[in-house]
Design a protein around this ligand. Structure first.
Ligand code: FEO
Length: 393
């Protein structure tokens, strides 16, 4: 790892994890990730802001040693281990360092990292600490995406160290954003997977940080933003109540009946000028599905009937969509059965968190026939009219 100066006395120490492909044993990482620590050197004291995943702690420790710097404070913006997990090792190297965090973060660090509470000082919302010519302000930004999260604002240099907030899972050699479309996709994927369930908290926290003049957003995943409005405006769009004229269709098919229904519905929706995003759950990357859920107006879930209920892959996708709480306005179900079952009822029971109006499902016996396709035409027309009613067409 190479520690690079961002502005005088402020350094970025990004640990790049190029080949990590899964986070939390759940989230696909097609672009790897990074764990960005930052060093702020004042005239009197030096602070390390966030650390690195313990798997990569040796890279951070070696780079700090090479820098020949003493660490007086370790700022823990977030207790999750990909940022806090190397704190015990940093404390071994710098035994006099004090850890600074929110009051909610303190017991979490003690519980998760087994460090002594005596070396932790809690910082109230809006409190500051001077390093000598460099002032760190601690802004509590809870629920992005844990309850204890905060951002740290370097007042003199107008840099916001936002940790997960405004970040993106990306390993890149670019210190700052260069390829905007690439970073936009990675940041949207990150928002969808991590932040979307906390949309209301994100709205409040965006308003809070916008009270400061920000020249650089320095997250702890992905490249830094020297045009902060790029990422802040993207977030404002994602968290807004606006939905797009889109239908997302997560589905799976065992013997072709549900696939035939989905294919027909896709065409019927496209004929009406609606953007359609089908995801075959047998092969789909759930991150792509999560991204599509950020803006969509309507979700159509497609499933065959297995052991009287939905296909297990559909159960997983419906559970996930329910947990991610997208702002979709409408939902419905298509699918088939051989001899009976309550597949549609089970799916409805799985998406109770979604504040959606349910459009009449189309559940058929066996392979779709002429009358079944007519019902799918009616479903497409119903979706079109609903989208017209909310003025997105
Ligand atoms: Fe990057 Fe919530 O940790």
């Amino acid at each position: 790892m190479e520690i690079k100066e961002i502005t005088k006395g402020v350094y970025a120490a990004p640990t790049l994890h190029w080949d990590r492909r899964l986070f939390d044993e759940l989230i696909p990482l097609p672009d790897g990730t990074s764990y960005n620590a930052y060093i702020v050197k004042g005239d009197e004291k030096t602070a390390l802001i966030d650390t690195a995943d313990p798997e990569k702690q040796h890279e951070l420790l070696d780079a700090l040693e090479k820098m020949e710097v003493n660490i007086d404070y370790i700022v823990a913006n977030h207790a999750e281990q990909d940022h806090s997990g190397s704190i015990p090792a940093v404390l071994e190297q710098y035994p006099n360092a004090k850890v600074l965090c929110t009051p909610k973060c303190k017991p979490m660090l003690v519980e998760h990292l087994l460090i002594s509470e005596d070396i932790i000082t809690t910082m109230d919302d809006g409190s500051t600490i001077s390093l000598g010519g460099k002032t760190l302000e601690f802004i509590h930004t809870p629920w992005v995406h844990w309850p204890e999260t905060m951002s740290t604002y370097l007042q003199e240099d107008k840099i916001l160290f936002s940790c997960d907030f405004l970040g993106s899972h990306m390993a890149t050699s670019d210190l700052f954003v260069k390829d905007k479309p690439e970073v936009y996709r990675a940041a949207k994927r990150y928002y969808a997977e991590i932040m979307m369930p906390f949309r209301n908290s994100v709205i409040k926290n965006l308003a809070k940080i916008k009270e400061r003049q920000i020249d650089i957003v320095a997250p702890s995943h992905g490249p830094m933003h020297d045009e902060p409005e790029f990422i802040i405006n993207a977030y404002l769009d994602w968290v807004s109540d606006d939905v797009k004229n889109e239908v997302v269709i997560p589905y799976i098919s065992m013997h072709g009946s549900t696939a035939a229904m989905v294919d027909y519905l896709v065409d019927a929706l496209m004929e009406r000028g609606i953007t359609v995003k089908p995801f075959n759950l047998a092969t789909t990357d759930i991150g792509e599905l999560a991204m599509a859920l950020v803006d969509t107006a309507t979700i159509v879930i497609g499933s065959p009937t297995v052991l009287a209920g939905p296909h297990p892959s559909v159960v997983y996708a419906a559970y996930l969509a329910n947990a991610l709480r997208p702002k979709a306005r409408f939902a419905t179900i298509v699918g088939s059965y051989g001899w009976g079952g309550k597949m549609a009822d089970d799916i409805v029971g799985l998406i109770k968190n979604l504040k959606v109006e349910l459009i009449e499902p189309v559940i058929i016996k066996g392979y779709p026939k002429e009358d079944d396709f007519k019902m799918l035409d009616k479903m497409a027309e119903d979706i079109f009219k609903k989208h017209e009613e909310i003025e997105i067409i």
